[in-house]
Design a protein around this ligand. Structure first.
Ligand code: ADP
Length: 247
């Protein structure tokens, strides 16, 4: 396969912090409609890889191509505009707004005041909000203030706030941390729904969840790829077993 056929092509990506290579000549490729899970021990470089892709951290070398565009030279907001969404571990929802309002303020719109007013009346926007709310299991909670949602519902709302911007790549950092078993099952269902039109990269520690969702697993260790492939393949890879038992 040619590298340009992938939604995301990461090649030779490197970043050093005071001479220490946190991500070291890393290459991997993500397909359209794929759920990729990145695993690896603490300090392996997982978060840094997502930071590099979304432009929060500047690469010292290498390339990140997304739908043919080079991202490493872009600023964070340009990368968002190009179609990359990133969810961090702590939800950045507005507690005193309702679920509907949280989704509404996340809807992409023009800069003019008139645009903002017209947008409020836009039936298409309301329809999209309802569609997203359905997808994130919050259709019956649209008028509820976000502060009264469960921890899991807050995580879903934040995913909804990203989805309403229609990213082609969504990156999630430990999406099921702190969730109940039922919420984990529903989150797996949510991820499978949303990849109909996009791809997802997930950092995850919960191996049961990884097994449920991953199309492909990339195992990082000391800033490099230790193993890659199906969950079945990587969990039986002696190198992976050694690193996980050693920690
Ligand atoms: P993981 O997410 O796999 O636990 P991280 O990407 O957070 O790993 O970190 C990888 C390594 O890079 C760690 O040794 C960490 O201390 C280091 N690191 C990450 N960000 C910075 C930074 N901004 N400055 C210095 N060192 C950093």
């Amino acid at each position: 396969t040619n590298a340009t056929d992938f939604l995301l092509s990461v090649e030779g990506l490197t970043v050093s912090f005071d001479g220490f290579k946190a991500v070291d000549d890393l290459s991997f490729y993500v397909d359209e409609n794929e759920i990729r899970v990145i695993i690896g021990p603490n300090g392996a470089g997982k978060t840094t890889v997502l930071d590099l892709i979304c432009g929060r951290t500047k690469a010292s070398g290498g390339s990140v191509k997304f739908r043919g565009k080079e991202l490493t030279a872009m600023r964070e907001h340009q990368i968002v505009h190009a179609g990359v969404g990133r969810k961090f571990q702590n939800p950045s929802i507005y507690d005193d707004l309702t679920v509907f309002e949280n989704l509404e303020i996340s809807y992409p719109r023009g800069r003019s005041v008139w645009g903002a007013l017209a947008f409020k009346r836009d039936a298409a926007v309301r329809e999209r909000i309802h569609e997203i709310a359905e997808m994130i299991f919050l259709a019956d909670h649209l008028e509820q203030r976000a502060e009264y949602l469960s921890h899991g519902q807050k995580q879903w709302l934040e995913i909804g706030m990203l989805l309403i911007q229609d990213p082609q790549l969504l990156m999630l950092d430990e999406p099921v941390a702190g969730m109940s078993v039922n919420e984990r099952v529903k989150t797996a269902e949510l991820l499978n729904r949303i990849i109909a039109d996009r791809s997802v990269i997930v950092i995850e520690h919960d191996m049961k969840f990884v097994e449920d969702i991953a199309h492909k697993v990339t195992v990082l260790h000391q800033g490099k790829i230790l193993s890659e492939g199906s969950m079945e393949r990587v969990k039986n890879d002696p190198k992976v077993v050694e690193v996980y038992l050693g920690h």
